[in-house]
Design a protein around this ligand. Structure first.
Ligand code: NOJ
Ligand code: CA
Length: 580
């Protein structure tokens, strides 16, 4: 296992700085809040942190509209605070990667301010400016955040392009000066000692310069509505193709791979740096060594239900599609999607289902990324008051529901809240106390705290309880760290005809360690024939005694049971071996 790089072995933990811990009493999380919880992270077994954007920003997109790439947002602290956080995190052998937003800046970034000031400004070509067509935008492209992708700027009488909000103008990556400036920003953080980058929205760096109209058969709003109502997998696949058609001139253009290769070459000069792309497209692994180190397994995260068949198909497709040398990366949530528990929970077996999701992420082959609060089972908070919405996406969708689809106000608020991303960004729940211990009692946090913090969904209560979700995460992470096969082993599916149980082996090469992982993904008992002979030792189980010897062939699994058994090296191939 020692040949693996740190980022192949590490358990990552994503922190949304604004929502982690507030130490200066303004209701906004800060870097000092993260620093003060490093013991917690270390005890959990976290070995690397991904920090969502910590840069100065006017906060239209809550930090993904960067106004300065080489500084810290004042409400989070100073560069000095960042250095201190980095140092103390490293002292605990925890790495830090930062978010890097390549595609666009804030419209308040000095580069854009200059660019928009006149047609002949030297930075004009740093962004994408075009003449309008027939009194309207240059073409019919959409912004993925709603409305046209073009914004008219009366000062110079041209339109600029934005894939996201209009306050996030796209940089022109065809201009070498842009690349130079952004690579300088990368160097700034690498020199300071960060261990890598999570690259935002990599697929959106280039657009077709000929600006052909897209030819999708419906509007984007209509598409979104159908998507949220899609009844089955076939419908989702059909709609996925429509979306591809809609955005085909704006996403994943081949030129982006040149930039990825150049960025990879740059970071490689700083040692073992990791690049994680916000994309699921395996093409971003390049040849396995020359583009991104990690690409998220979003298809698993986005699966509407976790079933053995879904997971098996996902693994089959992903692992086979990766170039040699590439390493997978699994996650169950992030700051853009519904929290795992809200997505997968059935209202009856939520704890069990949350454990399954965690166990998948921590035992499948690949680097796991935990989203803050997932380890205590935080859920979406659906805001019911429009004035509390912080994410403009939620507000936009409320308007669409009202104006385009005639939805009554109250229903439109709920749909807006579900569409927006505030739901999964609420403050971390540290205790059952006021404001969940996120900020002082008298302070109003930037987003409301989920009331379930008073009902056990908090760190303090769960630390005390050996049966809590937090204890489960902790136990399984620690097991993973001392079990090489679970980190470095290959993945071999077993009992592939079972609709109830997911069973697979993780095996090191050449008679190295092998572990059998078995999960009953249903609420009733089941039995599987693993096809394996012999015995093994139970390393971890929700239902059986650990360290006990277990026969491998016929596994009886209790409802939602998760069990990991280490195979005895010599006996595994000896047919129905005698009891050891
Ligand atoms: C992806 C980020 O995860 C999301 O939060 C953001 O709004 C967009 N990229 C634009 O930066
Ligand atoms: Ca772009």
């Amino acid at each position: 296992m020692s040949e693996l790089k740190w980022w192949q072995k590490a358990v990552f933990y994503q922190i949304y700085p604004r929502s982690f811990a507030d130490t200066n009493g303004d209701g906004i999380g800060d870097l000092e809040g993260i620093r003060r919880h490093l013991d917690y992270l270390q005890d959990l077994g976290v070995e690397a942190i991904w920090l969502c954007p910590h840069y100065p920003s006017p906060l239209v997109d809550w930090g993904y509209d960067v106004a300065n790439y080489t500084d810290v947002a004042p409400e989070y602290g100073t560069l000095e605070d960042f250095r201190r956080l980095l140092q103390e995190t490293h002292r605990r052998n925890i790495r830090v990667i930062v978010d890097f937003v390549l595609n666009h800046t804030s419209d308040q970034h000095p580069w854009f301010q200059e660019s928009r000031s006149s047609r002949d400004n030297p930075k004009r070509d740093w962004y994408i400016w075009r003449e309008g067509r027939d009194g309207g935008p240059p073409n019919n492209w959409y912004s993925t955040f709603g409305g046209p992708a073009w914004e008219y700027d009366p000062r110079t009488g041209q339109y600029y392009y934005h894939f996201f909000f209009k306050e996030q103008p796209d940089l022109n990556w065809r201009n070498p000066e842009v690349k130079r400036a952004m690579f300088d920003a990368a160097r700034f953080w690498l020199e300071m000692g960060v261990d890598g980058f999570r690259l935002d929205a990599v697929g959106t760096l280039f657009e077709d310069p000929a600006l052909p109209d897209q030819t999708a058969p419906m509007s984007y709003e209509e598409w979104l509505k159908r998507w949220s109502a899609a009844a089955d997998e076939a419908e989702r696949e059909r709609l996925q193709r429509v979306r591809q058609e809609m955005f085909r001139y704006q996403e994943d253009l081949p030129e982006v791979h040149d930039v990825m290769r150049e960025l990879r070459a740059l970071v490689d000069t700083y040692g073992d740096i990791v690049l994680v792309g916000e994309t699921e497209d395996l093409a971003y692994y390049g040849n396995g060594e020359d583009e991104l180190h990690l690409v998220f397994n979003f298809p698993l995260m986005k699966a509407p239900r976790l079933t053995p068949a879904v997971v098996r198909a996902n693994q089959r497709e992903r692992l086979a599609g990766m170039p040699p040398g590439a390493w997978p990366c699994n996650t169950m949530g992030n700051h853009d999607v519904s929290r795992a528990l809200s997505r997968y929970g059935d209202g009856q077996h939520d704890l069990e289902i949350a454990r399954l999701a965690a166990a998948l992420m921590l035992t499948l082959r690949g680097t796991p990324f935990i989203y803050y609060g997932e380890e205590i089972g935080m859920r979406d908070l659906i805001l019911t008051d429009l004035s509390q919405f912080r994410d403009p996406l939620g507000r936009w969708w409320y308007q669409v529901e009202r104006e385009l689809f005639g939805t009554p106000h109250e229903e439109a608020v709920v749909r807006g809240a579900r569409f927006g991303r505030d739901k999964c960004r609420t403050p971390m729940q540290w205790s059952r106390g006021p404001n969940a211990g996120f900020c002082p009692a008298a302070v109003r946090p930037w987003l409301p705290v989920h009331p379930n913090h008073a009902e056990g969904v908090n760190v303090a209560d769960q630390l005390e309880d050996p049966d809590s979700l937090l204890s489960f995460y902790r136990r399984l992470i620690h097991l993973r760290q001392r079990t090489p096969a679970l980190v470095a082993g290959d993945y071999l599916p077993l009992a592939e005809d079972s609709n109830e149980a997911l069973v697979f082996l993780r095996r090191l090469p050449e008679d190295g360690q092998a572990c059998l992982v078995a999960m009953n993904m249903t609420a009733h008992p089941t039995q599987v024939d693993t096809g394996l002979d012999g015995w093994g030792r139970c390393l971890f189980s929700t239902d059986r005694a650990e360290r006990r010897e277990e026969a491998l062939r016929e596994l009886r699994l209790a409802p939602f049971e998760i069990t990991i058994i280490e195979l005895h090296p010599q006996r595994q191939s000896h047919g129905a071996a005698e009891h050891p």
